[in-house]
Design a binder for this molecule. Structure first.
Ligand code: UT7
Length: 352
């Protein structure tokens, strides 16, 4: 998708964030349900019935979240530049015109520093503002809102947002409850300043959280509350989730958030051409779509082949829908996510 020109006449303080391009990357190594069943007490039928997942992609040893993020970010920048372009975007600004790089992740390369500055430098964007957003599986929607804020305030004209997660580095490979659900991947979008009524525009947004359930999705040790020690148990070092409770909260919060953002925009469910929910679990997606009164044909599902990829799941699902040829310019998309924190969020997007 080529980058549309930045309109210099748009006053920065009222600019909307407009989607220019999407780039995605999943590591080549695929782990099927059958492979998992060879080392865990599980089977393909259980995984497919409970989650809808058939396979997930997993990082090679020695790789990290930034490796995924760089690949996805490069594809978004290349896509925005257009095929055969001379290193400059369609607005003539090129990579140098990217003012900020945001990485939404729960699996940063290190606890300190953030992953985004390294990703920015590896993309040739040293000097750009760069920081991480931590909102677990809602990270991409929080990142979109953050990018929109940077653009609306005039702090940035072009922002590269990358949702990237490598849950294979956080989940105990012997934990059958979680090892079957998660996969690794990254999805990036390039956003620019534009008008709220043009194709590609994002908004309005709805964001929320409930920290009283902080331990529902958690890694118990390794932070300032419970630092890692040689005595830290295997369970406390790894990702833990109370699946059944998460399931119930996910359906309720995603449905409410989707309705809130539609109300805010003065829209109805019928106005939504494609619902693009965080790809947590096929049953959750179907329940939310049903609650909203959306037919399943208008609900993007990509979880079957990549699993739950955390902050990467919405851009991966967007790219999948685009690759299937199901998206037309001007289509109205509803993006909704839910994750640890608890956190949730939604926004509307007109397809560019
Ligand atoms: O981004 C948000 C991310 N979170 C999610 O998407 C998770 C939301 N929750 C879920 O998707 C579901 O709760 C799960 C898929 C995690 C689990 O499905 P469930 O229908 O809620 O199953 P359950 O946890 O109640 O477990 C049912 C049984 C248990 O055995 P018992 O106690 O009934 O004997 C589990 O031990 O299934 C067992 N089980 C498994 N069996 C085979 C749990 N994991 C597995 C497994 N294979 N991988």
């Amino acid at each position: 998708m080529p980058l549309a020109a930045v309109d210099a006449a748009v006053p920065a303080a009222s600019a909307a964030a407009v989607l220019c391009s999407v780039g995605v990357w999943v590591p080549p190594h695929v782990v099927t349900n059958e492979e998992l069943a060879r080392r865990l007490d599980t089977d393909d039928a259980w995984i497919r019935t409970r989650t809808g997942i058939r396979a997930r992609h997993v990082l090679a040893p020695g790789q990290a979240t930034s490796d995924l993020a760089v690949e996805a970010g490069r594809r978004a920048l290349t896509d925005a530049d257009g095929e055969g372009a001379d290193g400059e975007g369609a607005d003539g600004e090129g990579v140098d015109g990217v003012d900020a790089v945001i990485v939404a992740t729960t699996t940063p390369d290190r606890t300190c520093p953030a992953t985004a500055p390294l990703v920015a430098s590896r993309l040739g964007l040293t000097g750009a503002a760069a920081f991480d957003v931590a909102a677990v599986c809602t990270g991409f929607v929080y990142g979109l809102a953050t990018a929109a804020g940077l653009i609306a305030s005039g702090v940035a004209r072009r922002v590269l947002l990358i949702g990237a997660d490598a849950y294979s580095t956080l989940v105990d490979p012997m934990d059958r409850a979680n090892a079957v659900i998660f996969g690794d991947g990254a999805g990036a979008v390039l956003l620019r300043a534009g008008h709220a009524d043009e194709p590609g525009a994002l908004g309005p947004f709805d964001l929320g959280s409930d920290g009283t359930h902080e331990d529902m999705i958690t890694v118990a040790a390794g932070g300032s509350r419970v630092p890692l020690t040689p005595e830290t148990s295997r369970a406390d070092r790894h990702f833990a989730m109370r699946g059944k409770e998460v399931y119930r909260h996910a359906v309720t919060r995603m449905t409410e958030s989707a309705r809130t953002v539609l109300d805010r925009a003065g829209r109805k469910t019928d106005d939504v051409d494609l619902f693009v929910p965080h790809q947590a679990n096929l049953r959750i997606l179907r329940s939310v779509a049903e609650e909203l009164g959306l037919p399943l044909e208008r609900c993007a599902t990509h979880v079957e082949s990549v699993g739950n990829t955390g902050a990467a799941s919405i851009p991966l699902a967007l790219a999948d829908a685009a690759a299937r040829g199901t998206l037309a310019r001007g289509d109205r998309l509803l993006l909704t996510a839910f994750g640890g924190g608890l956190t949730w969020g939604s926004c509307l997007l007109t397809w560019p």
